[in-house]
Design a protein around this ligand. Structure first.
Ligand code: TXA
Ligand code: MG
Length: 295
């Protein structure tokens, strides 16, 4: 925490993925996070808060829908996009008129935010373009010595990045699916919620984000996956197959399994897609990106 006050960079666990944190009001510290990740300036980051009492410090014209969602889903894996206040600088927001806010539920994240008092920007603690970190050892492997402090907090329990919902347009819109589903948000608000389609920039939604080094092939079921794997092996490829009937377990383990396949040096990873419902929507979104051709 003293590290954060001095403008340092701290990797810390959240329930979704590990974050690479810095004082959201210290522009130099925020820029260092971008440098360490190798992330282009101009990509907005999420400001993490200890709770909803801090929302109006960072946002203006906050709609009632924001509080209906935070009451139900905070602390937790939900990020809300609102009109920014002056406190939210251009480097944090990517010079947009909006700011993304989230209060994580992981006890160590909450403790850190509570003790620090201010907002902490925290993109996922991985190198830009690669798979997010769900264990402290992933942070060490990706960013190791360039981080001032790594808080060890075990494996991320959810394993996939937070849901992002834009509340600045007429109709709420999901910018990135996550553990809080569109249906759950719609039920909490009593209004329809759009899937994407907003004009807000979400660089996380660039194709080829979240990608391991190995080529990723997607299959709708076990039979198709086995066929794909056999065909690739017949060509001499070293193949690993990832799948699970338990969507929560798949989410929790997915990034580690993708990273493990890369560590083993496989040529191709065949993934059995979960059903397109609940957490499966988010997993299919990330897997589609992982499978899309690299730039
Ligand atoms: O679960 C998470 O959200 C993790 C943990 C560490 O909290 N953080 C995370 O941060 O995934 P990052 O930087 O890897 O992804 C943040 C996403 C990006 O896709 C970014 O474009 C989007 O949030 N974002 C940030 N500010 C935004 C804004 N004002 N409007 C729209 N999208 C925004
Ligand atoms: Mg990320």
């Amino acid at each position: 925490m003293a590290v954060l006050r001095k403008g340092g960079v701290v990797a810390f666990p959240t329930e979704t993925v590990y974050g690479l944190g810095a004082d959201a009001e210290n522009e130099r510290a925020v820029r260092r996070v971008f440098e360490i990740k190798g992330r282009p300036i101009g990509h907005p980051v999420i400001v993490h808060l200890s709770g909803e009492s801090q929302i109006e410090l960072w946002a203006r014209n906050v709609p009632g829908t924001a509080y209906r969602l935070t009451e139900k889903f905070w602390p937790g894996p939900l990020t809300i996009v609102l009109r920014r206040s002056e406190r939210a600088s251009d480097v944090v927001t990517g010079s947009q008129d909006t700011v993304a806010l989230r209060a994580p539920s992981h006890p160590l994240a909450h403790e850190l935010l509570h003790a620090f008092g201010g907002g902490i920007i925290a993109p996922s603690a991985n190198r830009f373009g690669s798979v997010s970190a769900t264990r402290a050892e992933h942070v060490v492997a990706d960013l190791g010595a360039s981080v001032d402090l790594i808080v060890e907090g075990g494996d991320a329990t959810i394993g996939v990045e937070s849901t992002i919902v834009d509340l600045t347009q007429g109709e709420p819109a999901i910018l990135r699916p996550g553990a809080v589903t569109r249906e759950a948000i719609s039920a909490a608000l009593g209004v329809p919620v759009r899937e994407g389609g907003s004009d807000v920039r979400v660089p996380g939604s660039l194709p080829s984000h979240y990608a391991p080094r190995a080529r990723v092939e997607l299959a709708e079921n076990d039979v198709v996956a086995a066929g794909l794997a056999n065909a690739l092996r017949a060509q001499g490829s070293h193949v690993s197959v990832i799948g699970s009937d338990d969507v929560n377990a798949l989410a929790r383990d997915l990034y580690e399994r993708l990273r493990a396949a890369d560590r083993e040096g496989v040529d191709a990873i065949v993934v059995v897609l979960p059903a397109n419902e609940g957490l499966g929507v988010a997993l299919r979104d990330r897997l589609r990106r992982a499978a899309s051709p690299k730039r």
